[in-house]
Design a protein around this ligand. Structure first.
Ligand SMILES: Cc1ncc(COP(=O)(O)O)c(C=O)c1O
Length: 424
């Protein structure tokens, strides 16, 4: 292994290709392109909204500076009473919980099934008279049991919102996820299906909800120039300075931490969010600079997802029958496998596996492990999570190792990961 060879990695801007880096570099020197144009139709964010809604086959779409901002806009458009209970699954990210808390509502956690999505049986049990909304997450691009969950929502008069942060392009009954509920949101953050470092989209077919989200979006400011500059630097520095030095006594990691401390690079999740608090850069509109990055990635989506499915199939063929629990899919679902989740047998310690992988320059820690609300240093009390309330999610978080499927993972990388896992 050469000191300067890039590691195999699941995170750290995984979708970025050369053209994305050149685009980000050019944009740094074109600050007049960063903000939305006053004449809206010329805005690249509006172009992204239009392409996005055509792709999904929905009536309305609204671009924000993150999935969290899009999610907040949807929740606020519902005009719910304070302390309304909102159901969502455990084994999720604090970014899927905080917008509920920030909006003054109460998250109630539902356990997961074998597809790492909402378990309909536990969902039934957690409904109370105060419940008005349920969030349906399609974890790692694997669609949840939408038929069963929609039926429960209907019977109990609950509003269904899809969390499609991981699932752009995944299908259910041949229809893309994102149009099964009252509204849905997507994420373009750094390690999602497509990436503009930060970014997100709210979509709906409902005229009333659309009108309210539009009002909310119009009232949002755009992020500051410095914030935009920070995001444009991200793909460039990660690819040319950070990743190449990862194998050199971990120097790349220290460069990353240093840049984040100096605020030259942003973090995906601000440390105050782990305590349930909201950073000042939410909610904002999507600036044009990030829409340009997102559009470039969006036009490569079909290739990205085809590749993900092929790598997932490779893992399946090479890891089946070896004692690992491999992903299952629901009937009628066509996953895109943003990541390929492997559950280790009980006798294997995931910390040890990740450590040994790291020694071979394979970075498999995506932060989606250890606790039912990730990343692992999230304050569960502040998230209103009651310990023991979702035992399957807690167990899964301890046993899981996610494998990369992104466009920069070639068959030989997947083979190296398979060879590594087979040793156990
Ligand atoms: C399941 C889930 N929902 C929502 C979000 C929020 O998306 P964003 O990071 O774009 O705010 C994330 C990502 O962090 C997520 O993983």
């Amino acid at each position: 292994m050469s000191f300067f060879s890039k590691p195999i990695t699941i995170s750290l801007s995984p979708n970025v290709e050369k053209d994305d880096i050149i685009l980000a570099l050019k944009l740094i020197f074109q600050p007049w392109k960063w903000k939305r144009k006053h004449y809206e139709k010329c805005s690249r964010s509006v172009e992204l909204e239009d392409e996005f809604k055509n792709y999904l086959g929905v009536k309305y779409s609204f671009a924000f500076n993150s999935g969290r901002s899009a999610y907040l806009a949807i929740l606020n458009s519902l005009e719910l009473e304070k302390d309304t209970q909102i159901l969502l699954q455990a084994y999720t990210c604090n970014a899927a919980v905080n917008p509920i808390i920030w909006s003054g509502f109460k998250p109630v956690f539902v356990d997961i099934d074998e597809t790492l999505n909402l378990n309909p049986e536990d969902l039934q049990k957690k409904i109370s008279p105060e419940t008005k909304v349920m969030i349906i997450q399609h974890t790692f691009g694997n669609p949840a049991k939408i038929d069963e969950i929609s039926k429960i929502a209907k019977e109990n008069n609950l509003t269904l919102i899809e969390d499609c942060a991981h699932s752009l392009g995944a299908q259910y009954h041949g229809q893309k996820v994102g149009a099964f509920g009252k509204a849905a949101f997507f994420s373009f953050s750094r390690d999602k299906v497509i990436s503009s470092v930060f970014g997100g989209m709210a979509v709906t077919n409902d005229d009333e909800v659309a009108k309210k989200i539009k009002d909310i979006q119009e009232k949002c400011d755009e992020p500051s120039n410095f914030w935009i500059f920070q995001q444009l630097l991200h793909p460039i520095l990660v690819n040319y300075l950070i990743l190449p030095f990862y194998g050199f006594f971990g120097l790349g990691k220290w460069i990353l931490i240093g840049f984040q401390k100096l605020k030259i690079l942003s973090k995906a999740i601000h440390k105050i969010e782990k305590q349930g608090r909201k950073p000042g850069y939410f909610s904002k509109k999507m600036p044009d600079a990030l829409a340009i990055l997102a559009l470039n990635q969006f036009r490569k989506l079909e290739r990205f997802n085809k590749h993900r499915k092929e790598i997932a199939e490779f893992y399946y063929q090479n890891l089946k029958g070896l004692g690992f629990i491999l992903p299952e899919k629901n009937e009628n679902a066509e996953p895109i496998f943003m990541r390929y989740s492997v559950l280790l047998p009980n006798y294997l310690d995931s910390d040890l596996i990740l450590k040994k992988a790291r020694q071979q320059n394979i970075l498999l820690d995506d932060g989606w492990r250890k606790t039912p609300i990730v990343p692992p240093d999230t304050n569960l009390e502040k998230m209103k999570y009651i310990s023991g309330s979702c035992p399957q999610a807690e167990k899964t978080a301890k046993q899981i190792v996610n494998l990369p499927t992104h466009i920069n993972i070639f068959k030989e990388h997947a083979q190296k990961i398979v060879n590594f896992l087979k040793k156990f």
